[in-house]
Ligand binder design. Structure first.
Ligand code: SAM
Ligand code: SF4
Length: 337
């Protein structure tokens, strides 16, 4: 037995306990969101080096043994996986809070299975409420389907969060319309600051900061109508509500105001590599280790112990703005957001 197999929690050197695993199921996507991936897609890993369903379930069991009690499936577009039902079914038998992040295009094909397996928590990515702009941002059609599927999930009582990446000159003029969705829909709309990844042409001036979001909403609704909600444990979004509205909204300010101090997240890429931070360009290949019979738990623990205090060491805007420091960080589609 290795020394690492006695551990039952993944605590880093800053005392943060990692109980939330995000698994990317696939590198492919049916959209080409400009902030996420290049028009021609990204170089894909050979099929043989991607985790199969059994390996995903085996990793999930190992992480659960190490204290993980929350698993989110993401991608690429996770619903493109042909074996998504088998994966969900296997994971639904584990003692975890199971959730999924999706662009929503394929939801109608899967909604009955979600209900059957008890997958109730869905993060739904939606950057615009305008059809022409949807095409501009995603380089694909499918707006009507996306909106139908959003309503379908809502009407079926799913616990729904909307993820909106704000990019200046693209969709920041829809802040009010998106918040107005929360008037009659009990959903949480989360505005995400545009983050830098390899090849996504990030620059600071395209980012809409938390301050600007609150400023714009304050001018429209009046600051007295915006009430601040208490932070959740391990929060990533600072949450607010328009008084009298059914839903709420939040701001995920990983760039201007990071929430690293309470971070409990670990990421597993579709090719089976662990990343201890979304901003890190260091990965450990767990899949090869599993296939060759190495001690996977030990590698997981070593990765957690190397985790830096803030954004993989980019603890200032200057460092974050230096392309040399983040250019080797694979795009969100390869990491799983
Ligand atoms: N395809 C699914 C979707 O879009 O929901 C799941 C994968 S996607 C990579 C996960 C999340 O990452 C989405 O909410 C997306 O908006 C977000 N994302 C992608 N690139 C980003 C970036 N550069 N900055 C901030 N968020 C980003
Ligand atoms: Fe695909 Fe999601 Fe990336 Fe858009 S954000 S390209 S839907 S993975």
């Amino acid at each position: 037995m290795s020394p690492a197999s006695n551990i039952h929690e993944l605590k880093d050197t800053f005392g943060r306990i990692h109980n939330y695993l995000r698994i990317s199921l696939i590198e492919k996507c049916n959209l080409r969101c400009k902030y996420c991936m290049p028009a021609d897609g990204i170089p894909l890993s050979p099929k043989a080096s991607l985790m199969n369903a059994e390996e995903i379930l085996e990793f999930a069991r190992i992480f659960v043994g190490l204290g993980v009690n929350k698993i989110r499936l993401t991608g690429g577009e996770p619903l493109l996986r042909k074996d998504i039902y088998d994966i969900l079914e296997g994971l639904s038998k584990l003692p975890v809070d199971l959730s999924l992040t999706t662009n929503g295009l394929l939801i109608d094909r899967h909604v009955d299975n979600f209900l059957k397996l008890g997958v109730k928590n869905i993060n739904f990515s939606l950057d615009t409420l305008r059809e022409d702009r949807f095409f501009d941002i995603t380089r694909r059609t499918g707006f009507a389907k996306t909106m139908d599927n959003f309503r379908l999930l809502h009407d079926q009582g799913f616990n729904l969060k909307i993820n909106t990446v704000l990019v200046k000159g693209t969709n920041e003029d829809e802040l009010v319309d998106l918040v107005n969705l929360t008037k009659d829909f009990n959903v949480s709309v989360r505005f995400i600051e545009f983050m830098p990844f390899d090849g996504n042409s990030w620059d600071r001036s395209k980012m809409v900061s938390e301050k600007e979001v609150l400023g714009q909403l304050g001018s429209y609704f009046g600051t007295e109508r915006i009430s601040s909600l208490p932070n959740e444990e391990n929060f990533t979004a600072r949450k607010f509500k328009i008084v009298g509205y059914l839903g709420d909204f939040g701001i995920i300010s990983s760039v201007t105001n990071p929430f690293c101090g309470t971070c409990n997240r670990i990421r597993l890429t579709a090719n089976g590599r662990i990343k201890n931070c979304l901003f890190s360009n260091k990965e450990t290949d767990l899949l090869t280790a599993m296939r060759t019979g190495e001690d996977v738990e030990k590698l997981i623990l070593e990765s957690i112990l190397k985790k830096k205090a803030v954004r993989a060491g980019m603890d200032s805007m200057e460092k974050l703005s230096d392309p040399a420091l983040h250019s080797d960080n694979r795009s969100m589609i390869a990491i799983g957001g």
